[in-house]
Each structure stands twice: as structure tokens, then as C-alpha cells.
Design a protein around this ligand. Sequence first.
Ligand code: DGL
Length: 281
Amino acid sequence: MPLPVLGVFDSGLGGLSVLREIRRALPGVPLAYVADQAHVPYGARPLAEVRGFAEGITRYLQAQGAPVVVVACHTASAAALAALRQNPELAGLRVVGMEPAVKPAVEVTRTGVVGVLATPATFQGELYAAVVERFAQGVTVIQQVCPGLVQQIEAGRLDTPDTEAMLRGWVAPLLARGIDALVLGCTHYPFVIPLLQKICGLGVRVIDPAPAVARQAARMWAAVGADRPSAPAAALDYATSGDPTTFAAALPALGLPPGAVRSLRWQGGALIASTIEPPQS
Ligand code: DGL
């Protein structure tokens, strides 16, 4: 049996905003991260297609020895969280997902108007409808999609004039309608919090759900009894179905340590590890 690792995945780099919080919550726990960059972005794809990707990646992470998998992607959570939890092949696996952070936004708003930035697939999912129905009674929730933003972040354009102009175009109408809380409903978006906060000013609370999800992951990790000590130096296993060199080069700007990056490829709905690139110095 492989040693237990905590598995985390996303369509691309976005889930690293969750991974860095999990590292803080569970120092020393071995982590395995999968970026499905062969298919990024997920956000405009049909939910059924994204569900297939999420199932393939989850099976891969389980085979790597993960008793807990964090779906660090709102789009994949919208598409697949319920299916993953009910899949008999994944029986015994604990699956943590991303839920749009409407509840904390409703708790802090004084204007009674909150904005949510997310992908089209996330807004189509039942999970989003359920949190709005459950937590946002009496509050106006304004949805905004951000086409092209995931690609900007994948390309490392975190603080460029074109990214800022795109964000202004989406956020200015929300500000005009009086939002004082802005929910980041896509795990890529926390990487542009400095720009968003500059555009919104300090009167708007920008809400990143990653710390709360990391706490939930830590509870699950303790619940499966897997919290054995390990060597922190060997604790981070990155993998991508895209280009490992590009992935490795993106890590420092996103606040993650360098490391070896496995190359994965899809074969008939299954993810297969091929090679491992040495860490970049
Ligand atoms: N980071 C993802 C999310 O949370 C995926 C976005 C995408 O691939 O379109 O939704």
C-alpha cells in the first residue's frame, strides 16, 4: 500500500490557492496535487464532461494512496461532488469540495448586496442554487462570469494592465449596484486579490473560501486517522496533464515551493503518470 497522501486537484493552477492554505493547516502532511491543464479551462464545458475528468483524477489520486481528496475547483465541485461521494468505486474515500462562499458574504454585508464571480458551469450547478436558496434570503446576490480570466492567470498575467482592465469591466457594474462583499467562486481568482482589492477599495470584503476549505480538509484528515508524521521535505508531489516545465515555472509567483512535476496523460478516461521532471532550481 502506498503511504497516505492528501490529494488535491483543479483544472489548472487555481487549486494551488487552496493547496497553500492546506499546507499551512497541515504542515508535514504529504500532498499530491493534480492540475488537468490538458483541459483547462473547465468553466465553459458541459457539466457531464467535467464530471468525467473529475472522476478520472479522483481515481488516480486514490490509487496514489489518498484517503482524502479535495476538489479544489468550484467548477468540478459543481459538476461532480455528489457523484464522487456516491460512486461505489470510491467507497471509503472522503471528498472535500468547494462551495461558493455566499454564507460568509451574507454574514458581513451591510448594504444587503453581494457579488459572486464564478464560471458559467459553477452558476449552472445545483450547488450554487442550493447555497443561494439556503443562505441568501433577503440579500441581493449578483452573479458575474469572467470569461478569459482563468487563461490570464494560467499565463501568469496576475498584475498586468489587461487583467486589471478585464476585472474593472466586470466589477464596476457590481460596485455601481452597491456590493460590499465579493465572493471568489473560482479557485483561480484569489491570485488576483491585490488587483481586485485595488479596484474595489477597502469598503468591499473580498472573500476567498480557501482557508475554510483547508480547515475542513484537516478535519477529514484527522477523521481518517492518517495524521502520521512525515518528512516535510518530501511532502509535495505535483502533477499535470499539461506541460510540467510551464507548471513548475509558475509556482514561485503563486506562493508555492518548487518541486518535481509529474507528467500525466489521459487514456480512455484514466490518468496515467508517464515521467517526472526534476525540480527547477
Ligand atoms: N479553478 C476552477 C474553478 O474553481 C476552474 C476554472 C476553469 O477551469 O474554468 O472553477
